[in-house]
Design a protein around this ligand. Structure first.
Ligand SMILES: Cc1cc2nc3c(=O)[nH]c(=O)nc-3n(C[C@H](O)[C@H](O)[C@H](O)COP(=O)(O)O)c2cc1C
Length: 355
């Protein structure tokens, strides 16, 4: 079903309805910063956010973010160039600071004249941020707490993403609503701040914008876009799932840390528990040392996101998904997803004006 369009592609600014003008005003700062028509980022998703989905999001007026994941610098270069060929609109590139070739990847961003870098996976050093900024790249960082947000601003971050615990993939312990309340009132005047995690509808975006956010980042909602390369089995798992299926990985022993990841529960989720137990039993019997046992547990999930997204193995792969997965009910075009969000946002604003 085609939704009534909130903003049409050719609509002139002078023809906007009061609700459209209000929405534009709420995220103008975010749009100016991103260079996009709307303050909607399509969050980087390893194996999912490649040239097709990223360019489709940017072409539809949002801001796509390419996932580097574990790509080599050569592969990343190819993917950036291919994305640039598919869109003339700005898009970002997500780099993980723990990547062993992080500095080479930064060099690729500079060489290919990428406009925005989204740095994840730990606190990026001030020297990394300044290297990118000196080359004209705007730097967006994840802030999982107020104190880290302040440190990132000191280190030179141009914008922040607050990603709460409802999100799909690697997560922190705090919910999106609490992060937003703790950080937006204190820092929203200083720099653009985008909110991520658990956002499935336009009405929710409005609430964060009214708290001072400059825009919102969504991941889960874009997985089932026609332009997403995710395997049909992966998409079907999303369409079938409800919020309560998107669970955080479980750690069974405090000596053996497990990285918190939110994903749909499947056979791999349950066998992870028995795997942990078997490894811990071996450690308790003195058959392996602590470090070896910890590494074995850490390695359990290696390569499993690819297995699910690319190969379609939804039982043994990692089905990273956020709690908003219940709001993913069908495959749709990227354009339709964005238009739905805009329509819901405008309708929410119209209701507010009427009451
Ligand atoms: C399948 C999947 C893979 C993801 N991979 C990454 C990644 O490589 N880098 C990253 O910064 N965030 C990653 N994320 C998080 C998204 O970029 C985004 O912030 C998150 O999905 C927003 O929350 P939502 O899922 O509730 O919309 C991933 C999320 C999903 C669902």
């Amino acid at each position: 079903m085609k939704m009534p369009s909130c903003f049409s592609a050719h609509q002139h600014a002078s023809n906007l309805s009061p609700a459209q003008k209000k929405l534009q005003g709420l995220w103008q700062r975010g749009c100016d910063f991103l260079g996009s028509r709307y303050g909607i980022l399509g969050g980087a998703m390893t194996w999912v956010s490649e040239r097709n989905l990223v360019s489709a999001i940017s072409n539809a007026g949002g801001f796509g973010v390419l996932a580097c994941g574990a790509m080599s610098p050569d592969l990343l270069r190819q993917e950036i160039i291919a994305t640039q060929a598919l869109t003339s609109r700005p898009f970002g590139v997500n780099l993980i600071t723990m990547h062993p070739q992080f500095e080479d990847l930064m060099a690729v961003l500079i060489e290919t004249k990428v406009s925005h870098a989204v740095l994840g996976g730990g606190l990026p050093a001030a020297s990394f941020i300044s290297t990118l900024k000196k080359s004209g790249i705007k730097v967006i960082c994840f802030a999982p707490a107020l104190i880290i947000a302040k440190k990132l601003i000191k280190n030179g971050a141009d914008a922040l993403i607050l990603e709460g615990n409802e999100a799909g993939g690697h997560i922190g312990p705090v919910s999106t609503s609490v992060l937003a309340q703790e950080i937006l009132p204190v820092l929203a005047k200083e720099l653009p701040i985008f909110i991520a995690g658990g956002i499935g509808r336009g009405e929710m975006m409005i609430s964060y914008l009214e708290l001072g956010a400059s825009g919102c980042q969504l991941g889960t909602r874009f997985v089932c876009a026609f332009e997403s390369r995710a395997h049909p089995h992966f998409k079907q798992a999303f369409i079938r799932a409800s919020a309560r299926d998107a669970l955080v990985s479980v750690q069974i022993d405090s000596r053996f840390p497990v990285i918190p990841v939110r994903s749909l529960s499947n056979a791999a989720t349950f066998s992870f528990l028995t795997t942990q137990q078997n490894i811990i039993d071996k450690f308790n019997k003195g058959l392996v040392d602590l470090k070896t046992a910890q590494l074995e547990i850490e390695h359990y999930w290696a390569g499993t996101l690819r297995r699910a997204v690319v190969d379609g193995d939804t039982e043994n792969g990692s089905l990273m998904a956020g709690q908003s997965v219940g709001m993913v009910t069908q495959e749709q075009s990227t354009e339709t997803i964005i238009q739905e969000l805009l329509t819901q946002a405008c309708q929410a604003l119209e209701t507010r004006t009427l009451t």
